[in-house]
Design a protein around this ligand. Structure first.
Ligand code: PHE
Length: 336
């Protein structure tokens, strides 16, 4: 009976498709059931010789079978194809892609080391903005307007009132306006000066500022702190000297020199044959500065210092052109 054959064909197909695991198996199944000479075609062929009165029933059953085989086949095909794509996607045999890990810029390396030393000496770290008011950058630091001392630092003015800070000293003002003594902080940051860019100078560089204000702060403490720092940073055997200098915001003012660590004081190109390298400016906070932030200079005294970071990094690594520190040339950066 053809009805029995239809049932057995369906069973046969179901058991076959349950074992299909690949597109190749599926293709064999297609040939067996759905091709021109396949089992389904053979059953449909038999419909011709079926008595007329049974045709509608048998025809309907055949149709159901055909739809079942086709739809089951198609959904199986779809799921095998998705699997296949995923298999290609996760190719565990591919060699892993090399990804290169960046390194800290030497300016940041130097900053980190300096910060760590001063933190060990009890200083906290504070930062201020690069865009500053004329008041914080000059006025409060005892540079009166039109005073020639302003020419010490060529300034990028934004307008009458605002400028790109020329040093990190305005952060001193911000801290003192913000809190009462005692203050013991270092202030790292980028500064700007309107200078021609060449191998020795740049229109941007970094400084670290230091400020200590309390009752009875002395110049001896300033020296002691800076010598402790320099010995830790440059090595214990270093020799140093303080030369008197001038800054509007400190009185007295000094610059600190250390023995050239390239030639050990014998004289070389880097120290211009003097055997000495200037590393920072410093001094006792001028009473006028205290007055502009509302500190009582009868009660409090303090010291401040500031050093350039590029110079330190350049001396350390024998870099002769400051511009390379800002170009982000990977061939340079990779070396540190
Ligand atoms: N701000 C000074 C400069 O940029 C450095 C300095 C800071 C000097 C603090 C004395 C005290 O040259």
């Amino acid at each position: 009976m053809i009805i029995d054959e239809i049932i057995s064909c369906r069973n046969h197909f179901e058991s076959d498709i349950s074992t299909v695991n690949s597109l190749k198996d599926l293709e064999n199944l297609r040939i067996k059931f759905l091709s021109k000479n396949g089992l389904l075609a053979k059953l449909l062929e038999q419909l011709k010789s079926i008595p007329k009165d049974q045709k509608p029933v048998v025809g309907k059953e055949l149709n159901v079978l055909k739809n079942f085989i086709e739809s089951t086949f198609n959904s199986k095909k779809e799921s095998l194809e998705i699997n296949d794509e995923q298999k290609e996607f996760i190719d565990l045999s591919l060699p892993a892609r090399n990804f290169s890990i960046g390194s800290k810029h030497i300016i940041n390396q130097a900053l980190d080391e300096i910060k760590a030393i001063f933190k060990g000496l009890g200083f906290s770290v504070k930062e201020g903005p690069e865009l500053e008011s004329d008041f914080n950058n000059f006025e409060a630091l005892n540079f009166p307007s039109n005073h020639p001392a302003r020419d010490m630092q060529d300034t990028f003015f934004i307008n009458q009132k605002f400028l790109l800070r020329t040093h990190t000293s305005p952060v001193q003002i911000r801290i003192m306006l913000d809190q009462k003594p005692p203050v013991r902080a270092i202030m790292p940051g980028r500064v700007f000066r309107n200078e021609a860019v060449n191998s020795r100078s740049h229109c941007q560089f970094h400084q670290i500022e230091g400020l200590y204000v309390d009752t009875d702060v002395t110049f001896a403490e300033l020296k002691g702190t800076l010598v402790a720092f320099a010995k830790e940073f440059y090595g214990n055997s270093l020799k140093y000297k303080f030369r008197s200098s001038f800054f509007p915001f400190t009185e007295p003012s000094a610059e600190m020199d250390i023995t050239c660590f390239i030639c050990k004081g014998n004289g070389c190109r880097v120290c211009k044959n003097s055997g000495w390298l200037e590393i920072l400016g410093c001094g006792m906070v001028d009473p006028n500065v205290f007055a502009s932030v509302g500190y009582d200079s009868e009660k409090y005294s303090g010291y401040a210092f500031g050093m350039g970071i590029e110079r330190i990094a350049m001396l350390r690594y024998g870099i002769t052109d400051i511009r390379i520190l800002f170009e982000n040339d990977i061939r340079f950066l990779k070396q540190f």
